[in-house]
Design a protein around this ligand. Structure first.
Ligand SMILES: *Cc1c(COP(=O)(O)O)cnc(C)c1O
Length: 384
């Protein structure tokens, strides 16, 4: 299938999924094998050992590459495994500029793992060009962007950051997990690498942990593929199959996530127990104009700050839902509620966390694709 000629939903269903040549099976088989028989040494059908290559994973990688309009995709056994591979392209002494409102796991990996290998990370306000410039020097090799940010839903202007990176010959990588390829395609804005926690919207059914890296650069792909195979954070064929199946409805799910997200955000904005709603679809959101420029719609991720500041009350609200489930993660069909300060962002020190707006009375919602009336009724009763 020539991906360039098809629109998003058609690619979600068909890209990478050729009928199986031996049987005609329309679904890509789960090649549950660790190795492949060779005719004689070195003569094989392109597959030697399954850490390096697996046909089910190959099909998924082609599919995700098509969704990001990218040339290459590599899938990893988790989103963190994918980020790990990007940072392993660096050397001791190299520096990275990144946001001050990162996914907790990324922050932990940067500060507690790679800082020990002599790589320096600067956590800065990515909405201020002069701040980014201040931290760039001859050792800066990578700018790591996450947008929308988690959980305060800031929107970083990818094109403006890429422009600064290009002036200094620095690689830009974008964690596109929160937007999904349906809402935002950073390669088209000049980014060099797109990263996904496939666990979230791409998988979409809360049943797989996986990551992905997409790039148009042959040279970056070659370096990343080397690390992929050498370090070994590669996913299994069953998970690859499940994600391909999940992606077939990505466009339908995202439409409903966006529809429900808008209704929930509007409902919460006028609720008397709510102090603040973070959702980039509001014209009053400080980065609304950037969201409008670089995203197709505003998504179903929303954070709220309760008027009652006590952690006890926040916990009580978090535990009172009947349709929303209290859990980490996001992007699945089912609605989730999360208390970032003690769950996803617990690895960030309290002072750092609060500076980024992650206060104890903040709750994050991943609005699922259930019936909107049931979600609104659930919010109403939990807040009461
Ligand atoms: C979940 C998440 C990750 C990490 O991905 P895993 O699949 O859990 O390893 C990275 N970035 C963001 C924005 C995430 O939400």
């Amino acid at each position: 299938m020539n991906n360039k000629n098809y629109r998003f939903g058609t690619k979600a269903i068909h890209a990478g999924a050729e009928p199986d040549p031996t049987t005609g099976a329309i679904m890509t088989p789960i090649f549950q094998t660790s190795t492949y028989v060779q005719e004689y040494p070195g003569k094989h059908k392109g597959y030697a050992y399954a850490r390096g290559k697996n046909p089910t994973r190959d099909a998924l990688q082609k599919n995700i590459a098509a969704l990001e309009n990218g040339k290459h995709c590599l899938c990893f056994s988790s989103g963190m495994g994918a980020i790990d591979a990007v940072i392993k392209m660096l050397r001791p002494g190299d520096e990275v500029v990144t946001g001050d409102d990162l996914y907790g796991g990324s922050y932990r990996m940067f500060t507690k793992v790679f800082a020990n290998y002599g790589i320096t990370f600067h956590f800065v306000d990515m909405n201020k060009a002069e701040t980014i410039r201040k931290y760039i020097n001859s050792k800066t090799k990578l700018i790591w962007i996450e947008t929308p940010t988690n959980p305060t839903m800031q929107i970083i202007d990818i094109e403006s950051v890429v422009k600064i990176a290009h002036e200094h010959n620095i690689i830009t990588a974008v964690d596109n997990t929160f937007a999904s390829p349906y809402l935002q395609n950073p390669l088209a804005m000049g980014a060099d690498i797109v990263m996904h926690s496939v666990t979230k919207y791409l998988g979409g059914h809360s049943d797989v942990v996986m990551g992905a890296l997409i790039t148009n650069s042959d040279s970056l792909h070659e370096q990343l593929a080397f690390i992929h195979n050498s370090c070994g954070a590669t996913p299994g064929p069953m998970d690859s199959f499940l994600v391909m199946r999940g992606i077939k409805t990505l466009h339908l799910r995202m439409e409903r996530h966006c529809f429900n997200g808008k209704r929930v955000a509007e409902f919460l904005a006028t609720h008397p127990k709510i102090e603040k709603v973070y959702w980039p679809g509001f014209p009053s959101h400080p980065n609304h104009h950037i969201a409008k420029k670089q995203m197709r719609d505003f998504g179903g991720m929303i954070s709220i700050v309760l008027k009652d500041k006590s952690v006890e009350n926040t916990f009580k609200v978090a535990a009172s839902f009947k349709v929303f489930s209290l859990a980490e993660s996001l992007g699945g069909v089912e609605s989730l509620i999360n208390h970032p300060a003690t769950m996803t962002h617990a690895s960030i020190p309290k002072a750092e966390r609060e500076k980024a707006g992650v206060v104890d009375n903040l709750l994050r919602l991943s609005v699922g694709v259930e019936d909107i009336e049931d979600l609104l009724e659930d919010l109403q009763q939990a807040l009461a």
